[in-house]
Design a protein around this ligand. Structure first.
Ligand code: SF4
Length: 448
């Protein structure tokens, strides 16, 4: 029986079905209309990063049409448990970054303005997702191969603007250590200092800038991008191997585009490494400085993207570019702020408080926000003392307060290894509740 994704409400299922139909319809549109590349690259694609940030990571994971088409491959999988090799488990961030870079080069020399090539690309991606998940277990496509998955994680980790539950499979087949579908933020803190993550995310702003700058490097004119002529350019030899740079026309375009994307990515990686060193000099903590460096890289990439993405079509709308110039930095600043303040200790503490809310032991109604639980218990202790509550009642409050403090200290565990929890969810939830009651927690807990 293939795994089934959890948490799919009827509304989400309908939305996903519409998106899948749209994806397939778009393939068909490429067979009949020259407007297809313009609609895709300048109207639909620009909605993706801001959409993921606003709707939340798990919502997108549940409605992504490519993920759905990949999940059809699971039906051929017949419960096989084949996992990706260990090197890919360790370096999936650079691997997906590399796939994205190749696709961007392909875009510059083929799929940008040729409707048949674009339709072919969409079909190829759907087939790749299908075959990957037919061969490997779980959501191997989403977790280890998909370039969109890479972009999702850059912009939405450790948490996007909207908190969401999970998008995990039921049953989980443990395709991924520290699975973001089970617990996105836990997966982030487990791996925040990983060198693969740093390499790819620090290089990403450079990749974004390089892609758009290449139009100028090739034609010597920014209008070559902003007037959108590239959305009506069918593939031919001149586009692929013609003059690659306006100042060095002898370099073939495909090579020039590759060199540009690689060079900007390397420079970007170097710059953000330096920035991280500077931040570490101020905050004095390797994990914290890495977290802030990753947040700044994501923020930079997001804003660079929206300087360009969609501009050829927004220009046609009165006030369109001005609206984008206001909304994109606003959204970027909001998600940067949300990340900036976040620490693993906040995460662990909030998680402990959330569990306590599930089995709230007091007569008074609990605070709505888990982050207010600590303050509530402290204040409650004080109030009970004043009201001369019984000693056992006061002790109970003390025990709960102590338990939450212990949870905060256990934030250190995020640096240790973990295991995927395969227990069915009700059983897991019950154990977690018991864990909260005794304040101990089970070893190897993912800090949920
Ligand atoms: S680890 Fe489990 S829940 Fe996560 S994607 Fe893989 S199979 Fe699904």
């Amino acid at each position: 029986m293939p795994p089934i994704v959890k948490g799919l409400t009827p509304a989400l299922r309908q939305t996903r079905n519409v998106l899948v139909a749209g994806y397939l319809g778009f393939v068909g549109l490429g067979l009949v209309s020259d407007t297809q590349p313009r609609i895709f690259w300048t109207m639909l694609l620009p909605l993706l990063p801001v959409g993921v940030v606003l709707m939340g990571f798990h919502v997108w994971r549940n409605i992504c049409p490519l993920a759905f088409l990949g999940q059809l491959g699971r039906r051929l999988n017949r419960g096989r448990q084949r996992r990706v090799p260990p090197w890919l488990e360790s370096y999936f961030f650079p691997a997906t970054f590399g796939i994205l870079l190749v696709l961007l080069v392909l875009r510059l020399v083929a799929t940008n303005g040729d409707r048949l090539w674009l339709s072919g690309l969409l079909v190829a991606l759907a087939l790749a997702a299908f075959v990957t998940n037919a061969i490997f277990t779980g959501k191997t496509w989403c977790n280890f191969v998909c370039p969109v998955g890479f972009v999702e994680r850059v912009y939405a980790e450790p948490r996007s603007l909207r908190s969401t539950g999970n998008s995990q499979c039921d049953p989980c087949t443990a395709c991924k250590r520290h699975c973001p579908d089970i617990d996105q933020e836990n997966a982030y803190w487990k791996d925040v200092t990983g060198s693969g993550r740093r390499l790819a995310i620090y290089a990403f702003p450079g990749l974004v800038l390089a892609f758009y700058t290449y139009y100028w490097l090739r034609h010597g004119d920014w209008e070559a991008y902003f007037d959108g002529r590239w959305t009506r350019r069918p593939v031919d030899a001149a586009l692929v191997v013609g003059e690659g740079f306006f100042f060095a026309p002898q370099v073939p375009a495909v090579l020039a585009a590759t060199l540009t994307l690689v060079a900007f990515s390397v420079a970007s990686y170097g710059l953000f490494r330096l920035l991280e060193v500077g931040i570490r000099g101020v905050v004095g903590n390797g994990e914290r400085s890495r977290h802030l460096g990753l947040a700044l890289a994501a923020f930079t990439a997001f804003n660079l993207f929206y300087v360009f993405a969609g501009a050829p079509s927004l220009r046609q709308l009165p006030g369109g570019t001005r609206a984008a110039a206001f909304v994109a930095p606003l959204v970027g600043t909001l998600f940067l702020r949300r990340r900036w303040q976040r620490t693993p200790e906040h995460f662990i503490g909030e998680r402990g408080a959330t569990r306590l809310l599930r089995s709230w032991p007091f007569e008074e109604p609990p605070p709505r926000d888990p982050s207010e639980v600590y303050g509530w218990i402290r204040a409650s202790r004080h109030a009970r003392e004043k009201d001369h509550h019984s000693e056992p009642d006061l002790e109970r409050t003390d025990v709960l307060h102590e338990m939450l403090v212990v949870r905060l200290k256990r934030g250190k565990r995020l640096e240790e290894g973990t295991r995927v929890d395969h227990r069915p969810h009700p059983e897991r939830d019950e154990a977690d509740t018991a864990d909260d009651r005794d304040g101990a927690g089970h070893p190897g807990s993912q800090g949920r």
